[in-house]
Design a protein around this ligand. Sequence first.
Ligand code: ADP
Ligand code: MG
Length: 571
Amino acid sequence: TVNKETHSFQTEVKQLLNLMIHSLYSNKEIFLRELISNAADAADKLRFEALSHDNYFENDSELKIRITADKEEGTLTIADNGIGMSREEVMKNLGTIARSGTAEFLEALSKEQKSDSNLIGQFGVGFYSAFIVADKVEVRTRRAGEQTEEAVSWISAGEGEFTIEPLDKESRGTEIILHLKEEEKEFLEPWRLRSIIGKYSDHISLPVEMEKVDTGNMGQEEEEKEEDEVVVPEFEVVNKATALWTRGKSDIEEDEYKEFYKHISHDFNEPLVWSHNKVEGKQEYTSLLYLPKKAPFDLWNREKPRGVKLYVQRVFIMDDAEQFLPVYLRMVRGVLDSNDLPLNVSREILQDSSATQTLRNACVKRVLSMLEKLAKSQKEDYQGFWDEFGSVLKEGLAEDHSNREKIAGLMRFASTHENTDVQNVSLNEYVERMKPEQDKIYYLVADNFATAKNSPHLEIYRKKGIEVLLLSDRIDEWAMGYLTEFGDKKLQAVTHGELDLGGLESEEDKQAVEKATEENSDLIEKMKTFLGEKVEDVKISARLDESPACVVSSDGGMSLQMARMLKAAGQ
Ligand code: ADP
Ligand code: MG
């Protein structure tokens, strides 16, 4: 044929295919969920693009997906009349994985031989999951607005290469033809397919159709067919086909919420919690926001796409609308459906619309109160969240001034109370345990937990039985700089400034220090001369119990920790 080209998959795709086939064999049926999910996305995209291209619907505006099984050929076909793909889009979407950090992640996964579906699931296996059950996959697709002969055929056996060639395709959209492996023929059984669709695809708004089966005379049907009679199959919708967030909360099963999460997040794991709210009145919107259980492999990439899926009056507008959530809540996934934004809204318009600001405040409030609720009533789950995402949430101390107090309340620390590195002490708990004369919350930041725990700065606090919070995340020094008080209590780094134990300091302690300073003035002078410019001052202090000396930062001065960080960064 003319213009038939063979291409190699990007290395990452090969690795993914390999890992996937070996780690997801126990949950093969998910391929159907993934392909239906893509078809639903394609329908969403068409509806959106058609807002500005009225020729896109052609004469086929009933968006749907059709699933047909051909037992003779051993093929399962998933056909949609969504947006379709151009040749370039096919090359990019079905030949590469464009997500930074992917190469490293997959490399690490295959090295460790970890065929762990949780890890691979951080990824969203998507289209390539077709190769779990098929030894050959054909994609026939035509993009909306393009000519019938501009369609594309893509074929691959999932073993390193694919071929691509032009195709004449009457209908708009994408057909995915799976040539099922010999041992996967169960996926041609209508009952099996229907049950999978029911399980995974009730929540999507796109109708999923299958051929009608007349259960009354199923056996006889074949025999009655005449040789050359053309049977036009009748189709029926087999899913609920109502966008989940538009349904009433009480009509939605837990499992439906969970499946919907997987659909929108491309996360293979279940969500931790969610919050579904319909708001009417001055502003009208529906939000369905989820917190994941597990952090994605590229959580630390602050540039990676984040945010909610935005709909306006049930029309899909965009993925990753980041304007509705601050960076420190980048783990949140979900849907926001607004009745107040215009349908032709763009990222630029969103940027400075006051409606956006109101919605954003509302979303942040929802997420924070979802977390507060979780922390109160499901401590273990909350601990799990904190362990995965705590360091990200802390960024909020600096980023979100107006919610600082709330974020502080959600923080969990290691402390001298239990002396382990488990971060499970809240500020409220600390305050409850404070000595009656104590008026400050004490904390210490160090490079790692061992250094924090063994710091000589803790000696006096230990001796007096005062709890100190121990911090050792990379971001702590910076984040804690923004947290100067909690409720009516000030926070104090024990490595900073004059020893200040507030009401806990006795007159005798003070006098002892003064006396020692007088008696040792010669020694102090000698040390100052010896250390020269390296220090600002040398003082006798009551902060040590066993160690002879320690380094203290002046109040407001740069901490040792910060100095080390800057040095490490080459400053
Ligand atoms: P994801 O859905 O997470 O983007 P997938 O691997 O499932 O990843 O799909 C890759 C891309 O291929 C999609 O983002 C989309 O652009 C394209 N694609 C897949 N299936 C279809 C389809 N049925 N119609 C149009 N585009 C599709
Ligand atoms: Mg997908």
